[in-house]
Design a protein around this ligand. Sequence first.
Ligand code: BG6
Length: 489
Amino acid sequence: MHSITVEPCTFALFGALGDLALRKLFPALYQLDGAQLLHEDTRIIALAREPGSEQQHLAFIAAELRRYVGDKDLDEAVVERFLARLTYLHVDFLKADDYVALAEQAGSAQQVIAYFATPAAVYGAICENLAKVGLSENTRVVLEKPIGSDLESSRKVNDAVAQFFPENRTYRIDHYLGKETVQNLIALRFANSLFETQWNQNYISHVEITVAEKVGIEGRWGYFDKAGQLRDMIQNHLLQLLCLIAMDPPADLSADSIRDEKVKVLKALAPISPEGLTTQVVRGQYIAGHSEGKAVPGYLEEPNSNTQSDTETFVALRADIRNWRWAGVPFYLRTGKRMPQKLSQIVIHFKEPSHYIFAPEQRLQISNKLIIRLQPDEGISLRVMTKEQGLDKGMQLRSGPLQLNFSDTWRSARIPDAYERLLLEVMNGNQNLFVRKDEIEAAWTWCDQLIAGWKKSGDAPKPYAAGSWGPMSSIALITRDGRSWYGDI
Ligand code: BG6
């Protein structure tokens, strides 16, 4: 979207010993270093509250870095260069005095980036303490999700941050926006007049967005049980994907032009009525089943679980967008843990030709589909109808793909992890892959009415076996409209 420049910065990572930092953020910074995308003067300060010596924590971070980067991508020369940038500071996030050492280390850095990989409850306190030690003027703050658990709590967090940092220096992460194919979605839509002319209710019958994960909740029960799949995945990742599919073309690629269009979509989402809660929305919770041929426990049998929990691990729903472009085009969203495979994909189903001239029994397969695969096997494929080859085949039709597979097409290039792109964008001060405050609030407003409806109905989530595609009612949800989930096996 813009040329890459590499400005020096001091990168202060709060929550540096947590899972996200170790699994994603250090490896992403390492990859940027390897690609020569960190300025030689860039410094990284790991901040955490765990007791222990600097040496001990740095050794741990280095070992975890090697583990998560993996042998294939490990270059010891880059590891050494990367570790030489790194220092560790012990901080109690709530104590202003503990930030003095950070201010000293940041010194006269032109640009400080403060990344909060901590619970959102302490974001406000961290911001206040950064300001107290004089680190607010030239600092960008990066906020990890979840920001709150409903509209009210997210406002509290955002308002606390806004007291010290303006919106144009606040970067709210939704890591799905950094995924390669999501970026390509913008290119596909707005660099090809072919699609944009068809991108409306005249030509599209419905849209599916599936984000399925094979893993269960395992060690994350404590966090997840308070959130559930609606807050954890729909409120952010799936609604962001929906916005990118449904938004009008922005005037330009600036952050605010794109975000203005996304907010309009969120505000146009039809609220779901109490009746709609039973016909349009399905909540599920996995019970014991099989994954990769092995028996796996149900959600309520995971270690440290509360056996009475009614938190959902699966949601399928039909969303409708009330505007000229999308009137009458349902968006079916589906996401769950312990599904048969890890799969994130968007399927755009085009309408049938208005006048049908082929054999009637072939009619069912005759609609073009644009399949945008985020993971695995990133790529875009357009299913088109052609004729079977051969003298004996007559006008027998078949559906085949016009395929663009990113990992095959540019085989030499490693597909960067979403966090690599996002960190680079923060360093470059580019906000268009980050979520603005009003987007988060509009998304919460829509999700809050669903959560309130569930609470009122008191209905328990529907069970589904681990390793399946969710409760049977999620199939009924779409077949009721005469359709089916694409590619379920
Ligand atoms: C996170 C959710 O935001 O996204 C997790 O909190 C989920 O529950 C993860 O597992 C999925 O991300 P990805 O990139 O693996 O699809």
